[in-house]
Design a binder for this molecule. Structure first.
Ligand code: ADP
Ligand code: MG
Length: 465
């Protein structure tokens, strides 16, 4: 390669980096993008070098789209971005570069046929779809099988089987994964369907921007021309009334037109306090599916699946069991823990053992220990309502006892990773359906009864504080 073109490549990369930094912010930029370097420009393809396989995969999944977009602005010839492991500035080389197997580059954000008329226009509204988030890569267990089945149904039906599909769960339990999986599947079956996936925050931002530039009409039209609209994390929509209004109207029109809508949130529709009542109730018209906290079996299953896909690494089964046992918070942390252990031990040339894992993960393990326990919840609840701890497990059914017990079960479901049967067991060996009923009941009460709503909020804050 000529010296001048190498220089040229570096200059291009510098420009792309500036844009990336503006886009993702300093923290993400310094962590993930600054350590990369431009390795090669070959016709319409740039090769970016990452210092480690882990970083390569991360960047491929999270930033490849942006890199490609910005690069094509700097140099319109560039259409493809490949990521590669090619050593750090210190000359550390962990894996030979392989030209034959470039990492997957994230798919285009808006998934549609190239001939769709307003593709260019909608393009800016959709977020990237993560290539790893497919149905095949989703491990199914009791805690998520309903949500999984619902997502599959939506993805494989020509007409909306239920509308909207509302997915909710605590953080890191697979909502975004399922939404992306729907996008992939819909695209596989019919590339001409228009799919838009975006976060509620982005939806709001786009709308507010459209308002200020007076282009609301085209904004509305854009969204209304979509076959499948997925809005992630709608708990962030709220406050601003005209945005809600817009959301509501767009939503209704799409449904009337027969477009599928998928929504996710960190809580049930009725618990979205910042939303107007009619929006809340509209959201629960279709199918509401929640993903429960993970069980040990699911955690182990996910770790086994992930570990099996790690090339050249044999993770001892006891290590997987240990992680499944101890990292109970959510799947994101669980995956992060496995990556960290494998990555750091390989980097430091240490053996993959329980000891090293404990060492590498000491902070994470401690954080998982500090989680709120069911007993703490029970104690806080009985103190609040002036009851005795024994009342939590007793068979008494009078409302003075039964209601606080339900509140405690609800909080246990919300604040701990315990499953419904586990929670039931801790409340005098009750059945999981009793816990489920309690959770539903308290959700209803939070909506309809201010006193209960306030009690729950006070307790939640006390426990989390
Ligand atoms: P949420 O959107 O609910 O916060 P995500 O969908 O972002 O959670 O999931 C966090 C991480 O955990 C992702 O990397 C996702 O692939 C993974 N994950 C969650 N649930 C599962 C599952 N059942 N099987 C495999 N991976 C999962
Ligand atoms: Mg998410």
């Amino acid at each position: 390669m000529l010296v001048s073109s190498t220089k040229n490549l570096e200059q291009q990369w510098a420009d792309v980096q500036t844009m990336l930094r503006d886009d993702v912010g300093d923290t993400a930029y310094t962590t993930w993008l600054q350590p990369l370097h431009a390795a090669e420009l070959d016709g319409d393809r740039v090769v970016i070098g990452a210092p480690t396989p882990f970083m390569r995969d991360w960047v491929a999944a999270h930033y490849a789209d942006r890199i490609r977009t910005y690069w094509s602005r700097v140099n319109p010839q560039v259409r493809k971005v490949a990521l590669d492991v090619s050593g750090t500035a210190q000359g550390l080389r962990l894996e030979p570069r392989s030209e034959a197997a470039p990492s997957p580059v994230a798919a285009p954000a808006i998934i549609s046929s190239p001939t769709a008329p307003s593709l260019q226009a909608i393009d800016g509204y959709s977020a990237p779809i993560d290539p790893r988030f497919t149905f095949d890569n989703f491990v199914v267990a009791k805690s998520n099988d309903f949500a999984f089945a619902a997502a599959k149904r939506v993805a494989s039906s020509a007409k909306p089987p239920f509308n909207p599909l509302f997915l909710y769960s605590g953080v890191g339990l697979g909502k975004t994964h399922l939404m992306h999986a729907i996008a992939w599947e819909v695209r596989r079956q019919d590339p001409s369907r228009r799919v838009v996936y975006l976060s509620a925050e982005k939806f709001m931002y786009q709308f507010v921007r459209a308002l200020t530039t007076n282009s609301t009409l085209s904004f509305k039209e854009l969204f209304r021309s979509v076959d499948l609209l997925m809005v992630d994390d709608v708990q962030f929509i709220g406050g601003k009334n005209n945005t809600q209004e817009e959301f509501f109207h767009t939503f209704n029109e799409l449904i009337e037109r027969g477009s599928q809508i998928v929504i996710s949130a960190d809580r049930s529709p009725s618990a979205l306090e910042d939303l107007e009542e009619r929006v809340r109730s509209r959201l629960s018209w279709g199918l509401v599916a929640d993903i429960h906290p993970t069980t040990y079996e699911l955690r182990l299953g996910i770790l086994q699946t992930k570990a099996a896909k790690m090339p050249n690494v044999a993770v001892p089964p006891q290590l997987l069991e240990f992680l499944a046992e101890r990292i109970t918070s959510n799947v994101r942390e669980l995956e992060g823990a496995l990556n960290r252990v494998v990555h750091q031990t390989t980097l430091l040339g240490r053996p993959l053992t329980l000891d090293t894992a404990q060492d590498v993960l000491h902070d994470l393990l401690r954080a998982n220990e500090r989680r709120i326990s069911i007993e703490e919840i029970q104690k806080a609840v009985v103190a609040h309502y002036n009851l005795k701890l024994a009342d939590m497990g007793s068979k008494r059914r009078s409302r003075v006892v039964a209601r606080p017990r339900q509140v405690a079960m609800y909080l246990a479901k919300q604040l701990t990773p315990r499953s419904l049967p586990e929670i039931g067991r801790r409340f005098g060996n009750r059945d999981h359906t009793t816990v489920m009923h309690a959770v539903k009941k308290v959700e209803e009460l939070i909506r309809d009864d201010e006193t209960i709503a306030r009690d729950v909020e006070t307790l939640r804050r006390r426990l989390q504080g």
